[in-house]
Design a protein around this ligand. Structure first.
Ligand SMILES: [Zn+2]
Length: 387
């Protein structure tokens, strides 16, 4: 039997799509976790809905995607020895996470058979374990010297779809990285490269020349993780290739704004995607993606509805995910939010442009309500209610 969810009384619908960020609609019908139709309530066939969510005139946007996390196992991070961090991020509106490598595993194997085994284990474990319902794309091996084409073929056949940040392992030279990134791409494995100075003791510098030579799919934390490259090198990265420009919360904020402005000047806003690069030395940030949206919108003078696209539709498109956009056929991952109580902004968009965070009143993943009032955001002025 199919399950039907209707969300009605949506005051503002953010689509996640740069080309049309605000939809003229007030309701969404979801069937078996997938968006069936979007429109005016009177035009949707919602009479038989099992669950009806009244958004109370507030804002609905696609679930946020964190393009850069470092999970290890379960809902635990050994880096800060913290439990339930993924569930906390869900309370910050994140419904999908992408691993940039399970690098914080104590005693992480660096031999080829060991790193492959670990990647496959992480891919399997996070496919079937979803804290708070969050979808975690994990199993991202870190490149080490001695890997051959057959290893990438084997990883791909075993279900691995991502590489961990290139440069975090023993492969740090551009030519060597380029060869392995190309093998990964040949077998359908997407790649990300560490950009900038070392993150923690043991990692190293990756400068613009190495990033360009390696040619990974995503210029990982172009604003450093945390130490950024000189701004002229960041400009060079934006101008010299067409790969995704990933901006992270745990990076240099001046460089973040510079990378965003440069991409906008180049008329390539669709390349901008957002991540937290956490858990890391800077800790765990349940509101990291929301904070980044607010930072880029307020300090960078970008309309808030555009900044939300960076964390939703852009990432979904660049990462080839079936979420992040409000379109029939896409998975029903939503965040319902309103202006935070007592913000100076008169609307939610104005409040974000003033540098405040929205208040989340409901998170829905695969058409299922995963949390009501967020335990982490400032309280929303008006609340969605499910019945
Ligand atoms: Zn990094």
């Amino acid at each position: 039997m199919s399950s039907v969810l209707l969300v009605k009384n949506i005051g503002l619908m953010l689509s996640g799509a740069l080309e049309n960020p605000v939809l003229d609609a007030d309701a969404i019908l979801v069937r078996d976790g997938v968006i069936d139709s979007i429109g005016k309530l009177a035009d949707l066939d919602g009479d038989n809905a099992d669950t009806v969510v009244d958004a109370a005139g507030t804002t609905l946007c696609p679930g946020l995607i964190d393009s850069h996390v470092h999970p290890v196992i379960g809902d635990w991070t050994p880096r800060q020895n913290q439990l339930n961090w993924i569930d906390s991020y869900m309370n910050g509106g994140v419904t999908t996470m992408i691993s940039a490598g399970e690098v914080h595993l104590p005693g992480r194997p660096k031999d080829v058979v060991g790193l492959k085994a670990m990647a496959i284990t992480a891919q399997r474990a996070f496919s079937s374990f979803r804290p708070g319902g969050v979808k975690i794309h994990a199993g991202a091996p870190v490149l080490e010297q001695g890997m051959v084409e057959e290893d990438f073929k084997e990883l791909s056949e075993a279900g691995v779809t991502l590489l961990g940040e290139v440069g975090l392992g023993g492969v740090k030279q551009g030519d060597e990285a380029r060869k392995m990134v190309a093998w990964a791409r040949k077998y359908g494995i997407q790649s990300t490269i560490h950009t900038g100075g070392p993150s923690i003791p043991g990692s190293g510098l990756i400068d613009a020349d190495v990033v360009l030579e390696a040619d990974a799919d995503v210029i990982g934390h172009i604003n450093g993780g945390h130490t950024a490259l000189p701004l002229d090198q960041i400009r060079c990265l934006c101008e010299s290739c067409t790969r995704s420009v990933e901006i992270v919360h745990n990076g240099n904020e001046v460089a973040a704004l510079f990378a965003m402005r440069t991409s906008m000047e180049l008329n390539q806003p669709e390349r901008i995607i957002l991540g937290t690069d956490s858990p890391a030395g800077s800790g765990v940030q349940p509101l990291g993606i929301l904070r980044l949206i607010s930072l880029l919108s307020s300090m960078g003078d970008v309309p808030a509805e555009i900044a939300f696209c960076f964390a939703t539709g852009n990432t979904a498109r660049e990462r080839k995910l079936n979420c992040g956009l409000l379109e029939p056929g896409r998975v029903a991952d939503f965040v319902i939010m309103d202006r935070a109580q007592h913000t100076a902004g008169k609307t939610i968009l104005e409040s974000v442009q003033l540098g405040d965070l929205p208040g989340i009143s409901m998170v829905i993943i695969d058409g299922v309500v995963r949390c009501t009032r967020s335990r982490n955001t400032p309280p929303a002025e008006r609340m969605a209610v499910a019945s």
